[in-house]
Design a protein around this ligand. Structure first.
Ligand SMILES: [Zn+2]
Ligand SMILES: [Zn+2]
Length: 284
């Protein structure tokens, strides 16, 4: 019997202005299963918030970087330093798109050769690729973004089925099919409804993807400044009302346990005074 997978939303902000102002953290997502501890899209703050949330970066087995924008890659090198025991052991797996590893005409590379050499396995992620890490089957999904090499990821377990992360992408014909059958869909919704931006996802696009893929639950994250001003909770409600699929807007520090059931816990209270508590919001 496999234990549940814990998905920790270390950061929920996305885009330049949410990053610069840190209106929301940009630390990415930690995914911890029985045999796998991976950090997905470690933007600015990934190292600091991993430690403050009690998730030692030295326990990492893998670092995933979906594309070559700073809100997704800046802390990748320090996390690799932690994963490789301070660069003393060749250890762990780095999964990243071509622009992050080798550069392209528009960006990158964003992880130095020195760091890439210390990782035991490097996987250049291209759409439709599949591989396995510690009993988790991973598929690379297509994303259409301003980094043309950007990708998303789908994670599947034999026991509990799958969850997925779209990364930054615009809506395109067929995107919903990529996430067909996934139980939990984590969408990078940078913009609110009615505010389209080429290469990025709005709440309207999110609705179409959810309608097409019909997951059990949806989390909106990677929230941009306009989304934050508009109110991510209201936008999540729009998705839920339109699609009938329970949808919540992520908040920093949110923990999702993915097992037979999907539970979401939100940290409330004043962490600075050590008065934090967890509230089970799975019924929201
Ligand atoms: Zn982004
Ligand atoms: Zn991006």
């Amino acid at each position: 019997m496999t234990s549940e997978i814990e998905i920790v939303m270390l950061g929920t902000g996305g885009g330049r202005f949410a990053t610069i102002t840190q209106k929301r953290r940009t630390a990415g997502i930690r995914i911890v299963s029985e045999g796998l501890n991976l950090h997905l899209d470690p933007g600015p703050g990934a190292l600091v918030y991993s430690i403050s949330e009690g998730l030692s970066p030295e326990k990492l087995d893998a670092v995933f970087v979906s594309h070559c924008h700073p809100d997704h890659y800046t802390d990748a090198e320090v996390l690799i330093e932690a994963m490789t025991r301070g660069m003393t052991q060749k250890r762990g797996t780095l999964v990243a798109d071509k622009s992050v590893l080798r550069g392209s005409s528009v960006c990158g590379p964003s992880i130095s050769k020195y760091h890439q050499r210390m990782v035991e396995h490097t996987i250049e992620a291209v759409p439709n690729m599949k591989f396995e890490l510690s009993n988790v089957n991973i598929s690379v999904t297509e994303a259409r973004h301003t980094d043309p090499d950007a990708v998303g990821f789908k994670f599947e377990t034999a026991e509990f089925g799958g969850f997925a992360y779209t990364s930054d992408t615009e809506y395109f014909e067929g995107i919903g099919r990529l996430y067909d059958g996934v139980r939990l869909l984590i969408l990078c919704v940078m913009r609110p409804s009615g505010k389209p931006w080429k290469g990025h996802m709005t709440t309207d696009d999110a609705m179409r993807i959810v309608e097409e893929s019909r997951p059990e639950r949806v989390i909106l994250t990677h929230l941009g400044m306009q989304m934050l001003f508009k109110g991510p909770e209201k936008e999540a409600k729009l998705v839920e009302e339109r699609t009938g699929v329970p949808t919540i807007a992520a908040v920093d520090g949110m923990r999702i346990s993915f097992g037979e059931e999907i539970h979401v816990q939100t940290k409330l209270g004043n962490a600075q005074q050590g008065l934090s508590r967890f509230v089970d919001s799975s019924e929201i």
